[in-house]
Ligand binder design. Sequence first.
Ligand SMILES: [Fe+2]
Length: 178
Amino acid sequence: MSTVQLSQLLEKYHLLGHRLYGAEPVSQLEHALQCASLAVDAQESNEMVSACLFHDVGHLLRPDDLSSDAQHEISAANYLQKLFGHAVIQPIKLHVDAKRYLCTIDSNYWSTLSPGSKHSLQLQGGPFSEIECEEFFKQAFAAEAIRLRQYDDLAKIPQKKTLSVDDLMPMIESCLLG
Ligand SMILES: [Fe+2]
């Protein structure tokens, strides 16, 4: 069952992955592959590599609804929970909150964001308060979400060489729910 659903997921990237990643100079698929390749380079777990590859699938589920950032992390988590367990789903679900967290705890972080990411931050509710930061960091997989966020922010380089979906497939398949 999971292999059928994985095929349907990959088909979304096949059909829509050429679309631009918001205002960034890379496509959705280039962004996903750069993010996952950075996780491989950092020797992250297969679950983290899978999370990095699919973290923005929410944008492909509702490709014409970009008006409110579409809460893409929630739609991604809901969609992917048929396929993967918490170690993949939670970092994805928390990757927007991780940006809001980092903006508050790291005074330099906001200035490193791309113009598109600064704009989406406002749509996403802006930086967390200190209390919200504490609540965020208590959650399971918050640290993984922060690392995913850091790869995410770096995965916007035009024409960067990356691993392919085929290269990543054994890592993805190892994480599929039975
Ligand atoms: Fe992203």
